[in-house]
Design a protein around this ligand. Structure first.
Ligand code: C5P
Length: 236
């Protein structure tokens, strides 16, 4: 069943080096997949990993989930956007002034990178957020943070696929939903609010992040072919 458009899948390169990243990237076509560079790979390779992947023609989502005082986020983002990025993100718990600072940084460097806000990590469940002092349901917190992101002209959110229908209904179809915690089949590791690929598409996710499903699979090329079988190819 073909349910995905090209470039809706973002492969998370949660790895330690360019060499390790290359062992996955060599199986991927930049016309079909986008890539996510997160803290792990950025911490070991720095900006040169972005340059390397840009040269290969990939759209890059730099996932550093910036969360700091507005001035620091403004300056960090200005520097990060020196490299060409398709998408990057902040953590919405940093507050509305921080969201505005992030937007101003993007405007300042005239970048067209999408700016996305992390709502509640998909590894957290209701007990975790209760222990943090939030006496509300996760969906409510996701809703509050997403609404505040929209109000501050953030382009969309990272959330669980389960939360997408409500977000789209409240904030409009154009408000981007990026969903990690996706499994080909239902199972759990440290992700709590997981969904399957089919469920994510059905719920209206714009972009689906696949990490360990690909990087930790025993046969990476076979797994990538399996994922590709869900994608409508341009020539079909
Ligand atoms: O391996 P797995 O598919 O669980 O990877 C999920 C990826 O998405 C990781 O790179 C993680 O940092 C990221 N992520 C997440 N939850 C969020 C935001 C990002 O799991 N709310």
């Amino acid at each position: 069943m073909k349910i995905l458009k090209p470039k809706q899948i973002i492969v998370a390169l949660d790895l330690d080096s360019i060499e390790e990243a290359d062992s996955i990237v060599k199986f991927l076509d930049p016309e079909i997949f986008r890539l996510k560079v997160g803290k792990q790979l950025y911490a070991s390779e720095g900006p040169k990993i972005l340059e390397n992947l840009n040269k290969k023609g990939f759209d890059i989502f730099l996932d550093l989930k910036l969360h700091d005082i507005p001035n620091t986020v403004y300056k960090a983002l200005k520097n990060l956007l020196n490299e060409k990025l398709w998408m990057t993100n902040i953590h919405l718990l940093g507050g509305e002034e921080m969201m505005q600072a992030a937007r101003e940084a993007r405007e300042h460097v005239k970048s067209d990178a999408l700016l996305i806000g992390v709502t509640v990590l998909t590894s957290l469940d209701v007990n975790h957020i209760k222990n943090m002092g939030f006496g509300i349901q996760i969906s409510e917190l996701v809703n509050i943070l997403s609404t505040s992101a929209k109000r501050n002209n953030i382009d969309g959110v990272v959330c669980s696929a389960k939360e997408v229908p409500e977000i789209k209904e409240n904030l409009g179809q154009d408000f981007i939903a990026v969903t990690p915690g996706i499994r080909m089949q239902q199972n759990k590791d440290d992700q709590s609010r997981v969904a399957t690929l089919k469920e994510a598409i059905r719920n209206g996710s714009d972009y689906i992040v696949l990490g360990r499903e690909i990087t930790a699979s025993e046969n990476i090329s076979k797994m990538i072919k399996k994922v590709e079988s869900y994608i409508i190819q341009n020539n079909e």
